[in-house]
Write a protein that binds this ligand. Sequence first.
Ligand code: HEC
Length: 112
Amino acid sequence: MSSPSGATTDGAALYQQWCAGCHGATGRGDGPNARALPVAPARHADAVTMGARGDDALFDTIGGGGAIMNRSARMPAFGGTLTSVQIRALVRRIRILCRCEGPAWSRAELRS
Ligand code: HEC
């Protein structure tokens, strides 16, 4: 899939480029910058924690940053840097790292 700037929409590549420095290459919260932070970066490999978050919550946190979700502002907002397509690819990347899905209520289709 292509994007206007020609930037990648590959979730693994995006994660490596933008997230691994804090969250670690495999999402264990152990990137090289992690120890300099006052708050530990989330462990995206943790199925219990990530399984409690719906895809929408992950999307909003990545786009709007930690602060809008009442979390640490040390989690940067990427909405000005990455497209929504790229952010969705990162949500899928987190689902691969945690080998988990969001809670059933967040996945259920609305039926009338
Ligand atoms: C400068 C370091 C840093 C970078 C870079 C960074 N994060 Fe974070 N991130 C954090 C910290 C610190 C937290 C924990 C905030 C808290 O718990 O209050 C966090 C939390 C999160 C959360 C919330 C997890 C939860 O428990 O709900 C998500 C999702 C997330 N980061 C995704 C990403 C993604 C995707 C990227 C790359 C596009 C990224 N982060 C880049 C530092 C960073």
